[in-house]
Ligand binder design. Structure first.
Ligand SMILES: [Zn+2]
Length: 96
């Protein structure tokens, strides 16, 4: 059985970002998404767990409810900063 160390917060932030990115009003290219995610993750607690295949999602639910407000706050802050100072020009992207 495959056993992995997973930062649940990382998974959660990426899921949440997908969910709310349309309402953030920021660029949605890969670089900007990652910038927002890293901003958020640097401000949220790490939540490492040992997972086996399929066990991640049951743990995510609990954590999602617990950190919903915190995640949304930092995602909005991150989106604002990234919009003001986007780094995507450093990369080739299809963003215009
Ligand atoms: Zn961008």
């Amino acid at each position: 059985m495959e056993v992995k160390l997973t930062n649940l917060m990382e998974t959660l932030v990426q899921l949440k970002l997908d969910e709310v990115i349309d309402s953030l009003g920021c660029c949605k290219c890969e670089k900007c998404r990652m910038d927002i995610a890293s901003y958020a993750l640097n401000r949220l607690p790490q939540k490492y767990v040992v997972t086996t295949k399929g066990t991640v999602f049951s743990k995510l639910d609990t954590l999602s409810i617990q950190y919903e407000t915190d995640m949304l706050n930092v995602l909005f802050q991150g989106a604002k900063l990234v919009s003001e100072n986007p780094h995507h020009d450093d990369f080739d992207s299809d963003n215009t």
